[in-house]
Ligand binder design. Structure first.
Ligand code: SF4
Ligand code: SF4
Length: 269
């Protein structure tokens, strides 16, 4: 992947629409089996969402190969000027929400590798927004996610709600941390605009009784033991329990230290 910094003065921000699940990350990765097989034959003939195939999810982590995910064909990706007009908003929505497949209806309260093997787990955005300690333990690495949008005015036209697509492109390129990149897909090279996905969970993370933000490794393990244990066993074999115990202890000691430091100089703790 070749990248270049597209920022020309950091004047514009791109944030999510203030609405639950406006990140749509699970519609690129966990909910959909390869080749959109969850849609079935008839649904696969329905009209596509605006994001497909123009927007992909790029996951990068130091020392690992980049991963590029296609979205579900029903994902609508919309980018539009917010009320102040100076900034942009993104909203990712299911275009067939009322008729969405069973896997999508249950997710993330019920998730699993097949319809018959259901285990619940934190959703992908929740894990993305979790601490580095959680990610290093459960995924053995920290990772950064980007929306990769085809840098092509026709493709951008599908996802821009504003009339002037070129102006929206200019605004996107003026945003902090946005990059232009050439990605190689099946041996061909394409230009993309990479928008980093922010980890701010407020108003975005799906919440239910079963599905709460990840605050600590202990809390996450207590809540989603089966899924997390499976990852740990894959990564660490017989040593998984000792790794888990050590990481919990380390995280709790760090939290205590931070609290002590704050108490010394900050009466609010
Ligand atoms: S908040 Fe979680 S459940 Fe909602 S769209 Fe994002 S990944 Fe999916
Ligand atoms: S059908 Fe809708 S909810 Fe399910 S993966 Fe596709 S866009 Fe997401």
């Amino acid at each position: 992947m070749n990248t270049s910094d597209a920022t020309h003065g950091n004047h514009v921000s791109i944030t999510f629409a203030e609405s639950e699940c406006s990140d749509g990350m699970c519609c690129f990765t966990c909910v959909i089996p390869p080749k959109n097989e969850h849609l079935g034959f008839f649904k696969s003939l329905w009209k596509k969402g605006t994001g497909y195939p123009h927007v992909k999810l790029l996951v990068t982590s130091e020392g690992y190969k980049n991963e590029l995910y296609d979205s579900c064909k029903f994902l609508d990706f919309t980018i539009f000027s917010d009320t102040t007009d100076a900034h942009l908003k993104m909203d990712l929505r299911c275009s067939v929400y009322k008729s969405r497949p069973m896997q999508c209806r249950g997710y993330p309260d019920e998730a699993g590798e097949s319809l018959y093997q259901r285990i619940s787990g934190p959703c992908i955005f929740n894990e993305y927004a979790a601490s580095g300690a959680y990610k290093k333990l459960v995924y053995k690495r920290e990772w950064q996610a980007f929306y990769a949008i085809r840098d092509d005015i026709k493709a951008l036209g599908h996802i821009c709600a504003d009339d002037d697509t070129s102006l929206v492109r200019e605004k996107i390129l003026k945003t902090k941390d946005v990059h232009l990149a050439t990605l190689s897909i099946n041996g061909e090279e394409f230009d993309y605009i990479l928008i980093p996905i922010r980890k701010k969970t407020q108003n975005i993370l799906y919440l239910s009784k079963k599905h709460q933000p990840i605050s600590t490794i202990r809390q996450a393990y207590h809540k989603w033991q089966e899924k997390i244990q499976r990852n740990l066993q894959n990564h660490y074999g017989h040593d998984w329990e000792i790794r888990l115990k050590n990481e919990i202890e380390m995280e709790e000691n760090d939290a205590c230290k931070r609290c002590d430091e704050d108490t010394a100089g900050n009466l609010e703790c």
